[in-house]
Design a protein around this ligand. Structure first.
Ligand code: NAP
Length: 238
Protein backbone atom coordinates (compact mmCIF):
# COMPACT_ATOMS: atom_id res chain seq x y z
CA UNK A 1 0.00 0.00 0.00
CA UNK A 2 2.89 2.37 0.69
CA UNK A 3 4.07 2.48 -2.97
CA UNK A 4 7.64 3.01 -1.69
CA UNK A 5 6.93 6.48 -0.39
CA UNK A 6 9.05 5.81 2.68
CA UNK A 7 6.14 6.38 5.00
CA UNK A 8 2.99 4.48 5.96
CA UNK A 9 -0.41 4.70 4.33
CA UNK A 10 -2.64 6.55 6.82
CA UNK A 11 -6.27 5.70 7.57
CA UNK A 12 -8.08 7.78 10.18
CA UNK A 13 -10.91 5.84 11.87
CA UNK A 14 -13.53 7.48 14.11
CA UNK A 15 -16.93 7.05 15.68
CA UNK A 16 -18.77 10.35 15.37
CA UNK A 17 -22.21 11.79 16.08
CA UNK A 18 -24.10 13.48 13.24
CA UNK A 19 -22.68 16.78 14.52
CA UNK A 20 -19.15 15.35 14.39
CA UNK A 21 -18.61 15.05 18.12
CA UNK A 22 -16.56 12.19 19.51
CA UNK A 23 -16.90 12.10 23.31
CA UNK A 24 -19.56 9.57 24.14
CA UNK A 25 -20.32 10.66 27.71
CA UNK A 26 -24.02 11.43 27.09
CA UNK A 27 -24.73 9.13 24.14
CA UNK A 28 -26.32 6.44 26.31
CA UNK A 29 -24.87 3.46 24.42
CA UNK A 30 -24.61 0.26 26.45
CA UNK A 31 -21.67 -1.17 24.56
CA UNK A 32 -20.13 1.85 22.85
CA UNK A 33 -16.68 0.26 22.44
CA UNK A 34 -17.91 -2.31 19.95
CA UNK A 35 -19.06 0.24 17.34
CA UNK A 36 -15.55 1.61 17.16
CA UNK A 37 -13.54 -1.56 17.79
CA UNK A 38 -15.34 -4.06 15.58
CA UNK A 39 -15.15 -1.77 12.57
CA UNK A 40 -11.52 -0.82 13.36
CA UNK A 41 -10.53 -4.50 13.43
CA UNK A 42 -11.69 -4.83 9.82
CA UNK A 43 -9.11 -2.26 8.70
CA UNK A 44 -5.76 -3.97 8.22
CA UNK A 45 -2.96 -1.99 9.77
CA UNK A 46 0.45 -2.55 11.39
CA UNK A 47 -0.20 0.08 14.05
CA UNK A 48 -2.80 2.33 15.60
CA UNK A 49 -1.91 5.84 16.69
CA UNK A 50 -3.64 8.15 19.18
CA UNK A 51 -3.17 11.47 20.97
CA UNK A 52 -1.86 11.78 24.50
CA UNK A 53 -5.35 12.46 25.94
CA UNK A 54 -6.82 9.32 24.35
CA UNK A 55 -3.82 7.15 25.32
CA UNK A 56 -4.16 8.12 28.96
CA UNK A 57 -7.27 5.92 28.96
CA UNK A 58 -4.87 2.94 28.42
CA UNK A 59 -1.59 3.97 30.09
CA UNK A 60 -0.67 3.60 33.78
CA UNK A 61 -2.94 5.21 36.37
CA UNK A 62 -0.26 4.87 39.08
CA UNK A 63 1.74 7.77 40.47
CA UNK A 64 5.19 7.37 38.83
CA UNK A 65 8.17 9.33 40.14
CA UNK A 66 10.73 10.67 37.66
CA UNK A 67 14.37 10.44 38.68
CA UNK A 68 15.67 14.02 38.36
CA UNK A 69 19.33 12.95 38.66
CA UNK A 70 19.56 11.09 35.32
CA UNK A 71 21.85 12.71 32.76
CA UNK A 72 23.26 9.90 30.63
CA UNK A 73 20.25 9.43 28.32
CA UNK A 74 20.34 11.52 25.16
CA UNK A 75 17.66 12.34 22.60
CA UNK A 76 18.22 9.27 20.47
CA UNK A 77 15.42 7.06 19.19
CA UNK A 78 15.03 3.80 21.12
CA UNK A 79 13.71 0.63 19.46
CA UNK A 80 13.02 -1.89 22.22
CA UNK A 81 13.88 -5.58 21.76
CA UNK A 82 10.47 -7.24 22.02
CA UNK A 83 8.48 -9.82 20.04
CA UNK A 84 5.37 -7.92 18.84
CA UNK A 85 5.11 -6.82 15.20
CA UNK A 86 2.07 -4.56 15.68
CA UNK A 87 2.17 -1.27 17.52
CA UNK A 88 0.25 1.25 19.64
CA UNK A 89 1.69 4.70 18.97
CA UNK A 90 1.06 7.79 21.10
CA UNK A 91 1.72 11.43 20.21
CA UNK A 92 2.99 12.57 23.62
CA UNK A 93 5.21 15.64 23.04
CA UNK A 94 6.08 16.33 26.66
CA UNK A 95 6.01 12.79 28.04
CA UNK A 96 2.81 12.65 30.10
CA UNK A 97 1.99 8.95 29.66
CA UNK A 98 3.50 6.45 32.10
CA UNK A 99 3.74 2.72 31.57
CA UNK A 100 3.65 -0.40 33.76
CA UNK A 101 4.04 -2.59 30.66
CA UNK A 102 5.23 -1.97 27.09
CA UNK A 103 2.02 -3.36 25.61
CA UNK A 104 -1.57 -2.20 25.09
CA UNK A 105 -3.47 -5.41 24.41
CA UNK A 106 -1.36 -7.18 21.73
CA UNK A 107 0.45 -4.05 20.51
CA UNK A 108 3.88 -2.77 21.54
CA UNK A 109 3.91 0.86 22.70
CA UNK A 110 5.86 3.53 20.80
CA UNK A 111 6.04 7.01 22.39
CA UNK A 112 6.42 9.95 19.96
CA UNK A 113 8.26 12.71 21.85
CA UNK A 114 9.85 16.11 21.42
CA UNK A 115 13.26 16.96 22.82
CA UNK A 116 11.47 18.80 25.64
CA UNK A 117 11.23 15.56 27.66
CA UNK A 118 13.64 14.95 30.54
CA UNK A 119 16.27 12.23 30.73
CA UNK A 120 14.39 10.97 33.81
CA UNK A 121 11.29 10.37 31.67
CA UNK A 122 13.39 8.48 29.11
CA UNK A 123 14.74 6.35 31.96
CA UNK A 124 11.13 5.55 32.91
CA UNK A 125 10.41 4.43 29.32
CA UNK A 126 13.60 2.35 29.18
CA UNK A 127 12.67 0.75 32.51
CA UNK A 128 9.34 -0.37 31.03
CA UNK A 129 11.05 -1.32 27.71
CA UNK A 130 8.77 1.10 25.82
CA UNK A 131 10.10 2.25 22.41
CA UNK A 132 10.38 5.97 21.72
CA UNK A 133 11.16 8.26 18.81
CA UNK A 134 11.79 11.99 18.57
CA UNK A 135 9.66 13.99 16.15
CA UNK A 136 11.18 17.42 16.70
CA UNK A 137 12.87 19.77 19.15
CA UNK A 138 9.83 21.66 20.46
CA UNK A 139 7.22 20.97 17.80
CA UNK A 140 6.46 17.73 16.05
CA UNK A 141 7.16 17.21 12.37
CA UNK A 142 4.46 14.62 11.67
CA UNK A 143 5.89 13.75 8.26
CA UNK A 144 9.20 12.86 9.94
CA UNK A 145 7.29 10.87 12.58
CA UNK A 146 5.63 8.77 9.85
CA UNK A 147 8.98 8.24 8.11
CA UNK A 148 10.53 6.98 11.36
CA UNK A 149 7.62 4.62 12.03
CA UNK A 150 8.17 3.15 8.58
CA UNK A 151 11.94 2.95 8.75
CA UNK A 152 12.47 1.83 12.35
CA UNK A 153 9.39 -0.39 12.85
CA UNK A 154 8.41 -1.37 9.30
CA UNK A 155 4.93 0.13 9.78
CA UNK A 156 3.40 0.21 6.28
CA UNK A 157 -0.18 1.11 7.23
CA UNK A 158 -1.17 3.10 10.30
CA UNK A 159 -4.69 3.62 11.62
CA UNK A 160 -5.12 6.95 13.40
CA UNK A 161 -7.76 6.46 16.08
CA UNK A 162 -8.17 10.01 17.41
CA UNK A 163 -8.88 12.08 19.28
CA UNK A 164 -9.88 15.16 17.37
CA UNK A 165 -6.66 17.08 17.97
CA UNK A 166 -4.41 14.35 16.66
CA UNK A 167 -6.68 13.79 13.66
CA UNK A 168 -6.73 17.55 13.01
CA UNK A 169 -2.96 17.90 13.08
CA UNK A 170 -2.40 15.01 10.65
CA UNK A 171 -5.17 16.40 8.42
CA UNK A 172 -3.64 19.88 8.44
CA UNK A 173 -0.27 18.39 7.49
CA UNK A 174 -1.94 16.66 4.51
CA UNK A 175 -0.92 13.23 5.79
CA UNK A 176 -4.26 11.38 5.89
CA UNK A 177 -5.00 9.12 2.91
CA UNK A 178 -8.37 7.68 3.99
CA UNK A 179 -11.06 8.56 6.51
CA UNK A 180 -13.25 5.83 7.97
CA UNK A 181 -16.27 7.22 9.80
CA UNK A 182 -18.73 5.20 11.85
CA UNK A 183 -21.61 7.64 11.92
CA UNK A 184 -23.65 7.17 15.10
CA UNK A 185 -27.37 8.02 15.07
CA UNK A 186 -26.82 10.71 17.68
CA UNK A 187 -27.12 14.49 17.92
CA UNK A 188 -24.77 15.42 20.75
CA UNK A 189 -24.83 19.21 20.73
CA UNK A 190 -22.18 19.85 23.37
CA UNK A 191 -20.57 23.17 22.41
CA UNK A 192 -16.79 23.01 22.87
CA UNK A 193 -16.55 19.20 23.01
CA UNK A 194 -13.91 17.78 20.61
CA UNK A 195 -15.04 16.95 17.09
CA UNK A 196 -13.65 14.46 14.56
CA UNK A 197 -11.12 17.01 13.25
CA UNK A 198 -9.89 19.84 15.48
CA UNK A 199 -7.61 21.89 13.21
CA UNK A 200 -7.77 25.61 14.00
CA UNK A 201 -10.09 28.34 15.27
CA UNK A 202 -11.93 30.61 12.87
CA UNK A 203 -11.82 30.94 9.11
CA UNK A 204 -8.41 31.92 7.74
CA UNK A 205 -6.87 31.18 4.36
CA UNK A 206 -6.89 27.43 4.99
CA UNK A 207 -9.08 25.29 2.72
CA UNK A 208 -11.22 22.44 4.01
CA UNK A 209 -10.34 18.88 2.99
CA UNK A 210 -12.57 17.15 0.48
CA UNK A 211 -13.30 13.42 0.32
CA UNK A 212 -14.58 10.90 -2.20
CA UNK A 213 -16.73 7.99 -1.04
CA UNK A 214 -15.09 4.56 -1.35
CA UNK A 215 -17.88 2.59 0.32
CA UNK A 216 -20.94 2.98 2.54
CA UNK A 217 -22.38 0.23 4.70
CA UNK A 218 -25.31 0.25 7.07
CA UNK A 219 -24.16 -1.31 10.37
CA UNK A 220 -25.70 -1.96 13.81
CA UNK A 221 -29.10 -1.19 12.26
CA UNK A 222 -29.00 2.61 12.51
CA UNK A 223 -25.30 3.41 12.01
CA UNK A 224 -23.48 4.09 8.74
CA UNK A 225 -19.87 3.06 8.14
CA UNK A 226 -18.55 5.44 5.48
CA UNK A 227 -15.08 5.03 3.99
CA UNK A 228 -13.70 8.07 2.24
CA UNK A 229 -10.61 8.71 0.17
CA UNK A 230 -8.95 12.07 0.80
CA UNK A 231 -8.73 14.31 -2.26
CA UNK A 232 -5.16 15.59 -2.06
CA UNK A 233 -5.65 18.31 -4.68
CA UNK A 234 -8.09 20.60 -2.90
CA UNK A 235 -9.25 22.44 -5.99
CA UNK A 236 -11.57 19.74 -7.23
CA UNK A 237 -15.12 20.99 -7.59
CA UNK A 238 -17.49 18.34 -6.31
N1 NAP B 1 -15.35 8.62 19.14
C1 NAP B 1 -14.15 8.16 18.81
O1 NAP B 1 -13.99 7.44 17.83
C2 NAP B 1 -12.97 8.54 19.66
C3 NAP B 1 -11.70 8.05 19.32
C4 NAP B 1 -10.60 8.47 20.09
C5 NAP B 1 -10.80 9.34 21.16
N2 NAP B 1 -12.03 9.75 21.47
C6 NAP B 1 -12.25 10.71 22.59
O2 NAP B 1 -11.61 11.94 22.25
C7 NAP B 1 -11.26 12.62 23.45
C8 NAP B 1 -9.82 13.12 23.32
O3 NAP B 1 -9.68 13.90 22.16
P1 NAP B 1 -8.75 15.19 22.13
O4 NAP B 1 -8.87 15.77 20.77
O5 NAP B 1 -9.11 16.02 23.32
O6 NAP B 1 -7.28 14.62 22.43
P2 NAP B 1 -6.20 13.70 21.64
O7 NAP B 1 -6.19 14.03 20.19
O8 NAP B 1 -6.37 12.28 22.06
O9 NAP B 1 -4.85 14.21 22.31
C9 NAP B 1 -4.47 15.56 22.15
C10 NAP B 1 -3.07 15.73 22.68
O10 NAP B 1 -2.13 14.99 21.89
C11 NAP B 1 -0.97 15.79 21.71
N3 NAP B 1 -0.91 16.21 20.31
C12 NAP B 1 -1.81 15.96 19.33
N4 NAP B 1 -1.37 16.45 18.15
C13 NAP B 1 -0.20 17.04 18.38
C14 NAP B 1 0.75 17.73 17.58
N5 NAP B 1 0.57 17.89 16.26
N6 NAP B 1 1.84 18.23 18.17
C15 NAP B 1 2.03 18.07 19.48
N7 NAP B 1 1.18 17.42 20.30
C16 NAP B 1 0.10 16.90 19.75
C17 NAP B 1 -1.11 16.98 22.66
O11 NAP B 1 -0.62 16.51 23.90
P3 NAP B 1 -0.14 17.47 25.13
O12 NAP B 1 -1.42 18.11 25.64
O13 NAP B 1 0.45 16.54 26.12
O14 NAP B 1 0.80 18.48 24.54
C18 NAP B 1 -2.61 17.17 22.66
O15 NAP B 1 -3.12 17.87 23.75
C19 NAP B 1 -11.40 11.61 24.58
O16 NAP B 1 -12.58 11.91 25.27
C20 NAP B 1 -11.55 10.27 23.86
O17 NAP B 1 -12.33 9.35 24.56
C21 NAP B 1 -13.13 9.40 20.73
Amino acid sequence: MDMNTGKPYVICHMLGSVDGRIKQDIWGFKDHHKYFEETAEKIEADAWLVGRVTMQEFSSKKDHKINAGVSNLTHEDFVAQQPAATYAVVIDPSGKCFWDSNMVSTEHVIEVLTEQVSAGYLEHLRGANVSYIFGGKEELDLDLVLQKLYRLFNIKTVRIDGGGHVNGSFLKAGLIDEFSLVLAPIADGTIGSPTVFEVEEGYGSRKATQFKIMSVERVYEHFLWIRYLVIKDNNTSL
